[in-house]
Design a binder for this molecule. Structure first.
Ligand code: SF4
Length: 423
């Protein structure tokens, strides 16, 4: 029996790095400190060897690589998608592969925080680390997110509850405000809940910014929120020592999208004339931040990139996976650690069924079940080392507490890359 301490959980963007695992016969028998989502990731994992498959039949690794390389090298408009649940080492090779075969490459960012990337590029990102928040923030605003459900340990470990260097009493020293269209679990635990009408985030943000600037508003309510309540909220923000706005898909995937996020960033910039303020997206997948980082370093853009002309072109809405698949444009698909068949609209899913596809994933997803070629790989942070970026863009090295019996995503991608070059 082996006890492995300080393991990183890669389920969500919190990347909690204090998990303790008990391991017997290369199986995880006990998980401590993780939330229910994290426990599911470790407890349900089977590290045993499984052979790759081509058209549902088990084959050797080399046969599977040959088939995958043939599919990608003969495609005219291939698409590489996923990337948010693998290591940055695998993400880097995926970009190299996309460049070599002239593919489009897109991550799950395009269906969650893509608008945040667009807003960052237009007005800059007033960011900070979770460590700064833990030690300094006395005001936390959660806008369009429900961390008590989606990022269960965020409250306890990084934001509302922990005692910090300048927050000696933890939760007693902090004020929590939730802005949302419904009273979520997080809203029930907040000191102040501001309920806005669905689709009115942009208007409410503009009104708040005007009030911060000292302008008068003649309307009695904006987006379903009484102006008096907005004034109270503005007073709370201007009088805190250090505030943070966390925002989620309730803001990025509603009417206004990147314009909403741009308003959050410019509001934060305005608030910095009065006090110290930052904003941070609540990233979902464990290494979706890494996918944005790697693609930005290598291509200058965080997602929705196309290499068909030999250089990277950026096209959210054009080179994003849902659009390329729904429009029937992609003629081959490589999926890395993602399950578009389970999550994409029906039109996109129907097209995936028609084209040859390759799936690299430790979990046999719905997309893996219908793939032409499927590589069952090791899971990074469990039986495979790697690097991942936490939601605040802090990179963490991932251990491999279990002995590895399957190839890593990186190894499979490297072999496909070599195979494609030979083709
Ligand atoms: Fe894992 Fe996220 Fe839960 Fe932390 S909050 S244990 S990273 S699922």
């Amino acid at each position: 029996m082996k006890i492995e301490k300080n393991v990183v959980c890669t389920f969500c963007g919190c990347l909690c790095d204090d998990i303790t695992l008990t391991i017997e016969n290369n199986n995880i028998t006990k998980v401590e400190k993780a939330c229910a989502n994290g426990r599911g990731l470790f407890e349900g994992y089977d590290p045993h060897f499984r052979a790759p498959r081509v058209n549902g039949k088990e084959v050797t690794f080399l046969e599977a690589i040959k088939e995958a390389s043939n599919i990608l090298s003969s495609a005219k408009y291939p698409l590489i998608y996923g990337l948010s649940s693998t290591s940055i080492e695998a993400q880097r090779i995926s970009v190299q592969l996309a460049e070599t075969i002239g593919a489009s490459i897109d991550s799950t960012s395009s269906v969650c925080h893509g608008p945040t990337g667009l807003a960052m590029q237009s007005v800059g990102e007033p960011t900070c680390t979770l460590g700064e928040i833990k030690n300094r923030a006395d005001l936390l605003v959660f806008w369009g997110c429900n961390p008590l459900v989606s990022h269960s340990r965020h409250f306890a470990r990084y934001s509302a509850m922990p005692k910090g260097r300048f927050i000696s009493e933890g939760r007693k020293d902090r004020k929590v405000v939730v802005v949302d269209v419904r009273r979520s679990e997080t809203a029930k635990a907040a000191d102040l809940f501001i309920q806005i009408r669905q689709g009115y985030d942009y208007e409410v943000l503009l009104a708040i910014k005007a009030l911060v600037k000292g302008k008068a508003i003649s309307a009695t309510e904006v987006g379903g929120v009484p102006t008096e309540l907005l004034q109270q909220f503005v007073h709370t923000m201007k009088s805190c020592r250090y505030g943070v706005i966390f925002f989620g898909m309730g803001l990025t995937m509603t009417k206004g999208r990147d314009l909403n996020v741009r308003e959050v960033f410019s509001l934060v910039r305005e608030l910095n004339n009065y006090t110290r303020f930052s904003a941070l997206p609540m990233r979902g997948h464990g290494n979706v931040t890494g996918a944005d980082q790697v693609m930005s370093w290598l291509c200058g853009f965080p997602f929705a990139i196309n290499f068909s002309k030999g250089y990277p072109r950026y096209g959210p809405g054009e080179f994003t996976a849902v659009d390329l698949l729904s429009g029937g444009e992609a003629d081959a698909l490589l999926v890395i650690a993602s399950d578009p068949v389970a999550h994409f609209p029906a039109g996109a899913t129907r097209h995936i069924e028609k084209i040859p596809s390759i799936v690299i994933d430790p979990v046999e997803s719905l997309t893996a079940k219908i793939a032409t070629v499927y590589f069952p790989t090791a899971m990074y942070g469990v039986d495979c080392e790697g690097t991942a970026y936490r939601m605040d863009s802090v990179p963490l090295r991932l251990k491999a507490p279990l002995e590895r019996q399957r190839k890593s995503d990186e190894e499979v991608l490297e072999a496909i890359f070599e195979g494609v070059k030979e083709c």
